[in-house]
Design a protein around this ligand. Structure first.
Ligand code: FPP
Length: 287
């Protein structure tokens, strides 16, 4: 996928980077008379299914927002439960990641975790470093604004800093490897905001706001989003000349290298942004 910051590594260059704000666990649980933590547990099962299926849809980088820097302000029982889940996830996923070619990277600050969690993160990252099918980034204690400030603090008086260099500084402060810009940002749960997630990396991301709560999200929903993404025209601020439009539509008509016969060209659709995955947008009302 195209990137402006240009910090792709070669294997990931042609894949899609999807970032997901997994919102709605609490409301999903409350709607069923369950404690909020039950929603987070159900959400973790969905994470497993989405990670398993992501490579089938041409996704090579997947960044999941699991815990924001502001989430520390939640009641302590919920913070403790989320940290427990995070630990359980790291313990249970290491082998699965290795078996499935997934490289796991925990993105964000690490200085506020218990030392045993930091140790576990480092062990799992080292064990999965050879994964080359999917770069799975889980953002925990993450704040895009804080990361930008910390990266800016590392500039060291240089008068000019390139986008590439700044992206590298951002990756450094958040314990991440080089990462392509986000192509697709999904937020479940019906809210339409970014909540301090990947503000730099999402400069040209295509945004998808889904009404379903995260525990209801499934691989078919992800596939529908990716299909619509491939039909969107991305201009990156440029004008697409008429001759290029034909080329763009030709590329957009392909999904995973295969023609998608059920998707009309952009110019012939009247209500384009809702034409693919319509059910996804309209069938699920917020409680
Ligand atoms: C937002 O929903 C979700 C979170 C703050 C936690 C996300 C965690 C998981 C999906 C499970 C753990 C995953 C891993 C990878 C360890 P919310 O609680 O704000 O929902 P609400 O808006 O309905 O209250």
């Amino acid at each position: 996928m195209t990137t402006l910051t240009g910090n792709n590594n070669s294997k990931e260059k042609n894949g899609v980077h999807v970032a997901i704000i997994m919102d709605g666990n609490g409301r999903w649980a409350n709607g069923r008379g369950l404690p909020r933590v039950a929603g987070h547990r159900a959400g973790m099962e969905v994470v497993r299914r989405i990670v398993e299926n992501a490579p089938n849809f041409g996704i090579t980088t997947l960044t999941l927002y699991a815990f924001s820097a502001d989430n520390w302000q939640r009641p302590s029982y919920e913070v403790n439960a989320l940290m427990k889940l995070f630990r359980a996830y790291l313990l249970s996923e290491a082998k699965r990641c290795v078996d499935n070619g997934v490289r796991l990277n925990i993105v964000g600050r690490r200085d506020r975790f218990q030392p045993s969690i930091v140790e576990l993160i480092e062990t799992v990252e080292a064990a999965t470093t050879k994964g080359d099918l999917l770069n799975l980034r889980v953002a925990v204690d993450y704040s895009a604004r804080d990361a930008i400030l910390r990266a800016a603090g590392k500039i060291n008086g240089a008068r000019e800093v390139s986008r590439e260099k700044f992206s590298r500084l951002l990756a450094e402060v958040d314990h991440s490897g080089p990462t392509p810009d986000v192509d697709v940002l999904i937020r479940t749960g019906g809210e339409q905001r970014l909540s301090d997630f990947l503000l730099w990396e999402c400069a040209y991301a295509e945004l998808f706001f889904i009404k379903k709560m995260w525990p209801e999200f499934n691989p078919e929903d992800l596939e529908a989003v990716i299909k619509e993404f491939h039909c969107r025209e991305r201009r990156f601020g440029r004008v697409v000349e008429p001759v290029d439009i034909a080329a763009t539509q030709k590329t957009n008509g392909k999904f995973n290298g295969k023609e998608m016969n059920n998707v009309e060209p952009i110019s012939s659709q009247s209500n384009f942004s809702h034409s693919v995955g319509r059910e996804l947008w309209s069938n699920h009302r917020l409680d």
